[in-house]
Design a binder for this molecule. Structure first.
Ligand code: ADP
Length: 300
């Protein structure tokens, strides 16, 4: 897959505060790349530099082969950005805003369709929108130009659970049309559901870039498999496996702990010995666990 965004050795400081400390990233065509990290990690500075909204101190950025600062005009047509605090005139109504923005683009999306899929009401003026509605309008504005790349910063912050799920569906639809998406998020569930790869950023640096599953494996968090065997089983069968770190019994239950592949290893042994596992339960490590492990900080 070809790269549509290439960030090399990006540096940015504000006064004496280093916000981005040598970030390099590649975003492939058609993927959703999540940018995940604690508050103040440098996520917004990084993605806003990609969008040409901030001027880096050092480093190079190419978006669709263009320089976001120098080629801003031609890039704007192909790049949709969800702004964090995009202020609009208070009296401008939702439909007017969308119609106006769609007129800026040569090949806009159907703004009425976007409006309804985001649950927005045409005639409400911007000044009367709730926080969540403003958020949804900002998503619509990022997508109304039918961009090749969309940069979404804190996509679903402030949305209630139903609106969040609806937004995820919308984003999946956008991805299905081949749009490349850079998604800054705090929500592990969002990253797990939407992202093909996740760049974990901490203190202005990229800690790692991997698939959500790869991240949980990297963090080497143990997984636990628990079951009741239909007939007595020799624990040594499991102890000898390279995937397994411990085996304990609790009453009728056998609890096997090990690496990311422990479930496969255990079920293979059971099948070979014709033992059925009843009440089988697996405690899988989540992206949240990986995040805590790799950054030492708790997500939301
Ligand atoms: P994130 O999006 O991960 O929360 P930011 O890129 O917004 O991180 O910020 C990184 C660091 O730079 C933070 O310490 C933040 O306080 C600081 N920072 C961001 N923008 C500015 C600015 N315009 N002026 C001064 N400091 C800033």
């Amino acid at each position: 897959m070809s790269a549509v965004i290439e960030v090399r050795n990006l540096h940015k400081r504000y006064g004496s505060k280093v916000a981005v400390d040598d970030v390099s990233l590649t975003v492939r065509e058609g993927e959703i790349l999540g940018v995940l990290g604690p508050n103040g990690a440098g996520k917004s500075t990084t993605v806003e530099s990609i969008a040409g909204l901030r001027t880096p101190d050092r480093g190079s950025i190419r978006v669709l082969g263009l320089d976001p600062l120098r080629d801003r005009a031609s890039l704007t047509r192909q790049l949709g950005v969800q702004l964090q605090d995009g202020q609009l005139p208070a009296r401008l109504k939702v439909a007017e805003t969308l119609e106006l923005y769609s007129s800026f683009y040569p090949n806009p999306a159907d703004w009425r369709e976007l409006m309804s899929s985001l649950g927005l009401t045409a005639k409400v003026p911007y000044g009367k929108l709730s926080g969540g509605q403003k958020q949804r309008l900002s998503i619509a504005l990022a997508l109304v130009g039918n961009p090749r790349i969309a940069i979404l910063d804190e996509l679903t912050t402030g949305l209630d659970p139903q609106a969040r799920r609806d937004t995820w569906e919308l984003i999946e639809g956008v991805r299905a049309r081949g749009v490349t998406i850079v998604l800054v998020t705090h929500f592990m569930e969002e990253a797990e559901r939407l992202c093909d790869r996740v760049a974990l950023i901490d203190a202005g640096r990229v800690v790692t870039v991997d698939t959500p599953v790869g991240l949980t494996e990297q963090a080497r968090i143990e997984q636990r498999v628990q079951f009741r065997p239909t007939r007595p089983v020799d624990e040594a069968l499991f102890r000898g496996l390279p995937e397994v770190s411990s085996v304990v019994r609790r009453g009728e239950l056998v609890i096997v702990t090990g690496d990311a592949n422990v479930l496969n290893a255990v079920t293979a042994v059971l099948a070979r010995n014709q033992i059925v596992a009843e009440r089988l339960r697996v405690e899988q490590a989540s992206l949240e666990d990986a995040y805590v492990e790799l950054t030492g900080k708790r997500g939301k």
